[in-house]
Design a protein around this ligand. Structure first.
Ligand code: GLC
Length: 537
């Protein structure tokens, strides 16, 4: 059992009586890449169900499943053709129900992706919109406009798609439709009451099936600036914080908060459920506005994910994030990796080697899991998986084509999970060819190879999650900071846990206390080596 039977610890937990999600550890399952039960080279719901025992053993509290809805898979499921069904590639509704039932039996919550900003161009509503005339009610569910220029031959404004190229595509009758992502992902018009009504139907459909909540895709999208004005800087990307700040008419527009209030009203009729928004904004204060008491419960906080390997950058990210979320009474969330960014093992290898990257990844994990609030673990974080440099012909992300082969896209962080064995695809599938190829040389990284090795990253995560769950040292909100040697950080939780990171190049003295866990070997002389975190009590 990974959960300690320590009764004093569980008593102190239950006394707090706060919603489960305020301190939860979520595990992000990129459904295509987790486990393939039917041998077609793509992960599926039954595959996840078979691995629930592993997730329970790991010690996470909740799953977030990326989209598994019927989809042409142009953006691997984020182009949804029917939000209230399962794509046959991933199984069917019965598989989904069985997965939820089994997960709940293991005390694992199940949250799923909602994609309210856009649909697939194969969604029946968009098919109908294309077939209908300009100005028709069918077109009014999406953002159709006449073009500019003498013959309307130019897009209605200068907006760019996040995936590269213009955010508008022309249709044969001369109108254009808006898509902030791929052309196959038309944006919905959230000023049309039919659009929120449909989202409410979708939410109820899944809530009634027992899901514990939703991750909301592009939750800063939906509302566009009135009149769709030109951007001052159309080259701007929403995923990169803009030091100059300023308004982007595509994102973080005031009216989007009305959408979140509506989502919250639906959710509040179902006890104990949660929403977490994917929100890319330029300041912590802008982020906090999404988790005001009548909006989302949680927002992904990407500050740690954006921080370089630098103790001061980590400390600033932590201090600023806690202050911003405290101002609205929401818990802070902590993310190191997800399906849209280079995995942190590889980010921390830049300018160093992969061994160093892995050591830093382990140290970062102990910082992440020591912090108050919510942690998101991306599948494979617990194995210290690196990104994979895939050959051109293997690339699948629409970013590759839409950027004219300038950006390689996000496939490198979406490679199939290595479960066992010596060769690709390492137990992920019985098929030799998987949707993305697994690389050679991962035999030492598999779950099988790491499970019984007490020094493995998997063992580190298991122990860390167990302590975080059961040890009273992790109780209470807020942090006390300590000054330490340059390149280091140290904080104490109210419950007593002390977390110290040495991100400098030299060993430093270990702070006083009893050692609970360390991310790597400690010095015989009582020192904390470079790129190492220690937990003390
Ligand atoms: C979000 C998803 C990303 C997807 C995009 C469009 O950013 O995380 O994977 O491509 O939305 O739906």
């Amino acid at each position: 059992m990974h959960r300690s039977p320590d009764s004093s610890a569980s008593a102190s937990r239950s006394e707090v009586r706060q919603p489960w999600w305020r301190t939860a550890v979520f595990y992000q399952v990129y459904v295509r890449s987790f486990a393939d039960s039917d041998g077609d080279g793509v992960g599926d719901l039954a595959g996840i169900r078979e691995k629930l025992g592993y997730l329970h053993l790991l010690g996470v509290d909740a799953l977030w499943l990326t989209p598994f809805y019927p989809s042409p898979m142009v953006d691997h499921g984020y182009d949804v053709a029917d939000p209230r069904d399962v794509d046959p590639l991933f199984g069917n509704l019965a598989d989904f129900d069985a997965l939820v039932t089994d997960a709940h039996a293991l005390d694992l919550k199940v949250t799923i992706d909602l994609v309210p900003n856009h649909t697939s161009d194969r969604h029946p509503d968009f098919v109908a919109a294309l077939a209908a005339a300009p100005g028709s009610p069918e077109r009014a569910k999406y953002v159709f406009r006449d073009g500019r220029g003498p013959d309307g031959g130019e897009p209605p404004n200068n907006w760019h798609s996040i995936f590269g190229g213009p955010a508008w595509t022309g249709v044969p009758d001369g109108q254009w439709y808006l898509h902030l992502f791929a052309a196959e992902q038309p944006d919905l018009d959230w000023t049309n009451p039919a659009v929120p009504a449909d989202l409410e139907t979708t939410m109820r459909f899944w809530l009634d099936r027992g899901v514990d909540g939703f991750r909301i895709d592009v939750a800063h999208g939906m509302a566009k600036a009135a009149g769709l004005p030109d951007m001052d800087r159309p080259d701007r990307k929403n995923t990169v914080p803009d030091p100059e700040g300023g308004q982007d008419p595509r994102f973080d527009v005031e009216e989007v908060h009305g959408v979140h209030r509506l989502i919250r009203r639906v959710l509040d009729a179902y006890p104990d459920r949660v929403t977490v928004g994917e929100i890319w904004v330029h300041t912590d204060d802008r982020l906090a506005r999404y988790v005001r008491p009548d909006e989302l419960n949680l927002a992904f906080n990407f500050r740690l994910l954006q921080a370089d390997w630098d103790a001061e950058a980590f400390r600033d990210a932590i201090v600023d994030s806690l202050a911003a979320m405290d101002s609205v009474g929401a818990p802070t969330t902590w993310v190191l990796s997800n399906h849209d960014v280079v995995r942190h093992t590889s980010r921390y290898s830049r300018g160093a080697d992969e061994r160093t990257g892995r050591r830093r990844a382990r140290a970062a994990a102990l910082v992440q899991l020591a912090l108050p609030g919510v942690a998101f673990v991306y599948y494979g974080d617990e194995l210290a998986l690196p990104n994979v440099e895939l050959p051109d012909e293997a690339l699948q992300d629409p970013v590759w084509e839409r950027s004219g082969h300038q950006q390689r896209g996000r496939d490198g962080e979406r490679v199939p999970m290595p479960w066992s064995g010596e060769k690709p695809p390492y137990g992920f599938s019985t098929a030799a060819k998987t949707w993305l190829p697994a690389p050679d040389g991962w035999a030492d990284l598999t779950v099988e190879a790491q499970l019984e090795d007490p020094h493995s990253t998997l063992s580190l995560y298991r122990r860390a999650l167990e302590l975080r769950h059961d040890h009273p040292g992790f109780g209470g909100p807020g942090l006390e900071w300590f000054t330490g040697p340059e390149g280091c950080l140290a904080f104490r939780r109210p419950g007593g846990l002390l977390c110290a990171l040495n991100a400098s190049t030299e060993p430093v003295p270990i702070p006083p206390g009893k050692i609970l866990l360390a991310s790597g070997p400690l010095g015989d002389d009582g020192t904390l080596p470079s790129d190492t975190t220690v937990w003390l009590i």
